[in-house]
Ligand binder design. Structure first.
Ligand code: PLP
Length: 358
């Protein structure tokens, strides 16, 4: 496969701009020196704007799951209850992580269906230290109700821990307005940096809740907070990835978040319109509080067709789309519109997809 000629249209990792790749080939610097600290501060400032938050913000050398684990590992002790909302694979992952640290109170919705907020409220009313939800459930192409869950968390005094791995940087995510205590993003998704870093915002309330005896070591967010005061990370960061992140964030700023959100949403809308024209059904089952994801579209495979065949057919044409994960394997296929994906990339993908179906 000619990688230069391959188009990544999956929900991350996404194509990385040549200037980001060039930034990563710079000579190494001292991670305890002034140059690194300036880059650290620059990234943090840009990220806070993207997260729409005044909360502390940290960058961890580890993928999105590392930050999901940091969030729960630091706040949840063995007797603490965590309401875990699940309507896809990543909601399930939050549940699995929560089970390692505390007592899970699951709210399990069929993957791809909308979250039942009445059940969430019922569980929160019984008392819980935290509630977890994936804002943009990548595995199902559905956007979950963050504002509403934030309000419920506030009403019942629970921390709101939100996975924004495939929404932050691509969708309008209002961390402070929604009352998100910990919000997590991955570098390789909407921000369009290489994989390997994850960033998370942490509220004061979340820090106050870190009162357990044994915090994780590498993922100790209090250690990140202490080091951030010196514009550093507690341990040696993945410096080349920081170079790439800084450049990718500059691209986000140059485009502007409003334009970026609009472009990605328009891309997803174009995919949906094309699917409608071809006669392919969308996978998510929406209600009044959910929406189709504007960064990844998930479609049902037509009757009798294994979605892996669709994926492989596209791969033969040099376009990488995603199939279904776990229990959805073979049943759905997904197209990313996140990152710096251009209209021409989407047009080419749609056209080739039509050819695969003929
Ligand atoms: N959460 C969501 C919504 C995701 O889409 C992903 C990855 O696709 C993750 C979490 C896990 O992130 P990572 O693979 O970077 O650990």
């Amino acid at each position: 496969m000619d990688l230069e000629d391959t188009l990544l249209m999956m929900p991350g990792p996404v194509p990385v701009a040549p200037r980001v790749l060039r930034a990563m080939s710079r000579p190494m610097i001292n991670h305890r020196g002034k140059e690194f600290s300036a880059m650290f501060d620059d990234c943090t400032t840009m990220l806070k704007e993207i997260f729409q938050t005044e909360n502390d913000l940290f960058t961890i050398s580890g993928s999105g799951t590392a930050s999901m684990e940091a969030a729960l590992g630091c706040t949840i002790d063995k007797d603490d209850k965590v309401v875990t909302i699940e309507n896809g694979k990543f909601g399930e992952r939050f549940k699995d992580i929560a089970a390692r640290y505390g007592q899970v109170v699951p709210v399990e919705c069929e993957w791809g269906t909308s979250v039942d907020l009445d059940v969430v409220e019922e569980k929160l009313a019984e008392g819980a230290k935290a509630v977890t939800m994936v804002h943009n459930e990548t595995s199902a192409g559905i956007r979950n109700p963050a504002l509403e869950v934030g309000m419920l968390a506030k009403k019942y005094g629970a921390l709101f821990i939100m996975d924004g791995v495939t929404s932050i940087g691509g969708d309008d995510v209002k961390v402070d307005e929604w009352g998100v205590d910990i919000a997590v993003v991955g570098s390789q998704k909407c921000i369009a940096a290489p994989p390997g870093l994850s960033m998370l915002s942490v509220s004061e309330r979340a820090f106050e809740a870190m009162n357990k005896e044994n915090l994780p070591y590498y993922l100790d967010l209090k250690a990140y907070q202490k080091s951030a005061a010196k514009s550093q990370t507690p341990y040696t960061p993945a410096v080349p990835l920081f170079f790439g992140l800084q450049e990718a964030l500059k691209i986000v700023m140059e485009e502007g978040m409003d334009a970026r959100i609009k472009r990605q949403a328009t891309g997803a809308a174009a995919v949906r319109a094309a699917m409608d024209a071809i006669g392919i059904e969308m996978f998510p089952q929406l209600n009044a509080t959910s929406a189709y994801s504007s960064t990844v579209s998930a479609m049902k495979s037509p009757e009798g067709v294994d979605s892996n065949d669709i994926k492989n057919g596209m791969m033969d044409k040099g376009i990488i789309i995603a199939g279904g994960q776990n229990r959805l394997s073979g049943k759905i296929f997904r197209i990313g519109s996140m990152g710096n994906v251009a209209p021409k990339d989407l047009m080419m993908t749609i056209q080739h997809l039509e050819l695969v179906f003929r």
